[in-house]
Design a protein around this ligand. Structure first.
Ligand code: F6P
Length: 439
């Protein structure tokens, strides 16, 4: 069970420097739209959850609030910041880089901001990647493009070599934009810094199109990504409706979490079945997928299946391979289902027109939409405020509209997935009319 101590963010030391943003926040107190810097944000959000803890108010688990402080730890005139993007691409990476640079430069007057190329690999000198000077001019238009101007890569690197490089380059703050693996890496870098008694901050902006990082609210880029995936579902619907015995499969990313599949399916109500890693299904039997497709095609003429790549892995042989981030390489569930559905229709002498869509990387390589761009900018600003205030070993997030600081060990100790008992999955069942149990 989470406790207040799990949510305590580490600080490099007392804030003694006047913040250039002090005037913006002086005299501000908490209200419906703002959280004062000494106030804290509740972890629980219902009366029953709070009551069931049975602890005094001051011991309830709460997050430190995000936002500018009146006093900061680093002196902007002498502060140097490094930025790195790690892991798979995600819409909005360039927006985050841009907003970090602009916030540091414009508001704090931090002029020395550099970018490391190709993830943590770029922090290892021997790899020979140049360090890029990130100026307001350099970043001014980058958010118009997908991907990351800094490049990315998967995989851990030796934290000792990374800290050597940070020291060599006089970096005071490392801003890491990455997923759960990258955040584990950031924590290891922070631990190495602490072991050497250095005052270098490590602050993360969590990134994942799978939306599977816990406690941070919705991750940036997710909304752009599922909107793009929804386009393929719409196309599948059009294709299968025009065909005889039309069955469409749209495979979307989502290794352990089916958020993209659920949200994309909900976006336009074109899906008949949504298959996600969190909810098992059978192929055979009266409530199995094959019988359900048969009935749906008989009743409505066609069926569209939205398939998260991690769904139904128990139905196919397991792979023992891992990617560079240590994730198990998934089996080809889409290929397996196509084969099984084709066989089933052939056995019943029913016409089948199979249409397979794999939007794959296309959903994560696009630029962020306007809403995600705003979100990226605000997360980046929050991360800069935290970093300048000397916070370390933490990421920023937005819980129920409040920006918060979350310790990295807390976000990496669990994962976020679609709850089969939650209201999201209920909405999917309501929208698709697929049965509650497909086993
Ligand atoms: O972790 C995000 C993600 O987009 C997963 O959904 C997907 O399995 C994976 O990255 C694929 O990325 P890559 O091919 O870069 O390893």
């Amino acid at each position: 069970m989470v406790s207040l101590s799990d949510l305590q963010v580490r600080s490099l030391g007392a804030c003694t420097v006047d913040s250039p943003l002090a005037l913006y926040v002086e005299g501000r107190t908490t209200n419906e739209y703002y959280v004062g810097e000494t106030d804290r944000i509740l972890y629980d959000d219902t009366l029953e959850l709070i009551e069931s803890r049975g602890v005094p108010l001051t011991e309830l688990p709460t997050f430190e609030s995000g936002g500018p402080r009146q006093k900061i730890f680093f002196d902007p005139a002498t502060t140097k910041v490094g930025v790195v993007t790690c892991g798979g691409l995600c819409p909005g990476l360039n927006d985050v880089i841009r907003a970090i640079v602009l916030e540091l430069n414009t508001h704090y007057g931090v002029r020395d901001v550099v970018g490391f190329q190709h993830g943590y690999a770029g922090l290892i000198e021997a790899n020979g990647h140049d360090v890029v000077q990130l100026t307001p001019e350099f970043v001014s238009r980058i958010s118009e493009r997908g991907g990351t101007v800094l490049g990315s890569s998967r995989g851990a690197q030796d934290p000792r070599a990374i800290v050597d490089r940070l020291v060599e380059l006089d970096i005071d703050i490392l801003m890491v934009i990455g997923g759960d693996g990258s955040m584990r890496g950031a924590h290891n870098i922070g631990a190495e810094i602490a072991a050497r008694g250095l005052s270098i901050g490590v602050v993360g902006v969590p990134k994942t199109i799978d939306n599977d990082i816990p406690h941070i609210g919705q991750s940036f880029g997710f909304s752009t990504a599922f909107a793009k995936a929804a386009e393929s579902i719409k196309a599948a619907r059009v294709e299968v409706e025009a065909a005889v015995g039309g069955v469409g499969i749209v495979k979307v990313m989502g290794r352990h979490a089916g958020f993209i599949a659920c949200y994309a399916a909900l976006a336009n109500h074109d899906a008949d079945f949504v298959l996600i890693p969190e909810v098992g299904f059978s192929l055979d039997g009266d409530n199995g997928l094959l019988a359900l497709i048969e009935r749906r095609v008989a009743d409505r003429g066609s069926a569209v299946i939205v398939l998260a790549e991690g769904a139904g892995q128990d139905l196919i042989p397991a792979s023992d391979r891992q990617d560079a981030s240590g994730n198990a390489v998934l089996g080809d569930i889409a290929g397996f289902l196509r084969e099984q559905i084709t066989k089933d229709f052939a056995n019943r002498n029913q016409p089948l027109t199979m249409r397979y869509f794999n939007p794959g990387y296309a959903i994560r390589s696009v630029p962020a939409d306007a809403s995600d761009s705003v979100y990226c900018a605000r997360l980046a600003q929050t991360a800069v405020h935290a970093a300048m205030a000397g916070r370390t070993d933490m990421v920023v997030g937005r819980r129920r509209h409040r920006f918060v600081h979350v310790p990295i060990p807390f976000v990496t100790s669990g994962s976020h997935s679609v709850s089969p008992d939650g209201d999201l999955w209920l909405s999917v069942l309501e929208s698709t009319a697929q049965p509650f149990s497909m086993c």
